[in-house]
Design a protein around this ligand. Structure first.
Ligand code: SAM
Length: 297
């Protein structure tokens, strides 16, 4: 079996297949031998587990997942990597590679076709610019996912795992915590990749809740309201909601104070997810009954 965390092996495979690292696809491959086994161990918590890997690259993480899992499906966008992956994964009969863009793939169909509809886990070291869209797609589609172990830019990982009421918290932290419990696992230095990126990374695990934490009348409204309140995080939530929802400020202040028990001069980072859920449920009703509309509702 290839030792894919070795720089010389990576170089010779890239040469053999006439490959160059694609910057636009975020191709920074892991060469630190301790990272992939740790990611795999955190992803696979039961024998015969089903795992979806996003962006296998040359297969360094795929190999570690395949050693522990019952079935691994790896989705790689770059078709140049397919012949290379056939060679590096030849020792494993429990791996299937799909050549597609993860954002365009029907993952429910993949789960049915490859995992017989069983729950699965996700593991990925992804280009950072698409990680939040991918995480939200996986969670919003309500797929049968147990956990998502993912490598992210360090600042983004800290933001996702930040506790409400702290300065590090952002819209993404609250949206994700509605669906999953985030856990910061470990940090990974720039030098662990080839080529080395400009930023440090961290691996986090999202333990997906069996059902969302609160009863929400409209998830679209909840996420819109969270996004609006954080759009200008230094502003009072009443200002952000008034301009974002196109509702007079006096009315927003009245609803916040009297229907939501929230002071209108609070800032987004001071509110808990529970308070956002309450605000969104109240505003959903207000807008249903009035002429104000949230985009999409
Ligand atoms: N897993 C490998 C590792 O850790 O060394 C490769 C990680 S590299 C940071 C990201 C991988 O994701 C690349 O192989 C890239 O081609 C692939 N990728 C980028 N965008 C993708 C997309 N939209 N769908 C599927 N794969 C994608």
């Amino acid at each position: 079996m290839y030792k894919l965390s070795n720089i010389n092996t990576v170089k010779s495979l890239m040469q053999k297949y006439n490959m160059t690292f694609s910057k636009s696809l975020g191709q920074n491959f892991l060469i630190n031998p301790s990272v992939c086994p740790r990611m795999a161990l955190n992803t696979i918590t039961k024998p015969d587990a089903c795992v979806l890997e996003i962006g296998p690259g040359i297969g360094v993480l795929t190999q570690e997942l395949a050693k522990l899992a019952g079935k691994v499906v790896a989705v790689e966008y770059d078709k140049r990597l397919l012949p290379l992956l056939s060679e590096t994964l030849a020792d494993f009969d429990n791996v299937s590679v799909i050549n597609n863009d993860i954002l365009k793939l029907d993952l429910r169909k993949v789960a049915n076709d490859y995992f017989n509809g069983q729950n699965f886990s996700v593991c990925a070291n992804l280009p950072y610019y698409i990680s939040s869209s991918i995480i939200m797609k996986l969670l919003e589609d309500k797929l049968p996912i147990d956990c998502i172990t993912i490598m992210l830019q360090k600042e983004m990982a800290q933001r996702i795992c930040a506790k409400p009421g702290t300065r590090a918290v952002g819209a993404i932290s609250l949206c994700i915590s509605y669906y999953a419990e985030p856990e910061l696992l470990f940090n990974v230095s720039k030098g662990s990749f080839m080529p080395a990126p400009k930023v440090d990374s961290s691996v986090i695990k999202l333990n997906v809740r069996k059902k969302p934490l609160y009863n929400v009348l409209s998830e679209k409204t909840l996420f819109k309201i969270i996004e609006l309140c954080f759009a200008n995080r230094r502003k009072m939530i009443s200002n952000n909601l008034s301009s974002g929802l196109n509702i007079p400020k006096a009315k927003v202040e009245d609803v916040l104070k009297n229907n939501c028990s929230v002071m209108p001069d609070m800032r987004a980072e001071q509110l808990s997810l529970e308070q956002f859920v309450h605000i969104s449920n109240v505003f959903f009703e207000v807008m249903k009954n009035g002429k104000e509309k949230i985009e999409g509702n």
